[in-house]
Design a protein around this ligand. Sequence first.
Ligand SMILES: [Fe+2]
Ligand SMILES: [Fe+2]
Length: 228
Amino acid sequence: MALYAIGDLHLGLSVNKPMDVFGPGWDNHVERLCRAFAQLDDDDVTVLCGDTSWAIDFAQSLADFRLIDSFPGKKIILKGNHDYWWNTAAKMKRFFSDNGLTTLDILHNNCHFYGDYALCGTRGWFYEEEQTGHNEKVFNREVIRLEASLKAAAGRPILAFLHYPPLYTGYRCPEIIQKLEEYGVARCCYGHLHGPTHKRAIEGKVGMVDYSLVSADYLGFVPKKILD
Ligand SMILES: [Fe+2]
Ligand SMILES: [Fe+2]
């Protein structure tokens, strides 16, 4: 039994989406993901850190989720900025159960437990992404979501998973970092950074938190082992 994390699968089995927009290195990315996931065991758990599917609704996403469901172990999914198929937790769970997708679950205003650890997280926030100025309301909602998830840990040691990086070279999101530190988060995995932006990623301990970039192209499309 082991815990893994990987973000940004960017599947689009029902959508024709060229992946070279994220730079070279995305050739055969679905086949490479399939090969890597085939090495996992049925009792493993993988957190998928957002940007899972290009689909814009449940119908379009089904082929992608059937593929993910076929991979060994449980998959816990959080939201990325490209997950337009995302819906309420109740509707997503209903969609999974109606389609016999038995290994999928959602990380959204809640947490999951893995041994003694709580797995917490949310999409997060990224100032640099904003085209239309800072949206205080959406930002505050993300901080509240993160805190709801961290509170659900109920005192257990926390591993946090975000889509957006809370920090990278030349960038900090102090409100998100402050929440991670306040709740004693030991480790934080994040995605979203692709291609040329990998070189700005921050890995390792900053303040009290150990950060890891887990976007799929950064990991060579192989899920990163977080815990045994
Ligand atoms: Fe993203
Ligand atoms: Fe992405």
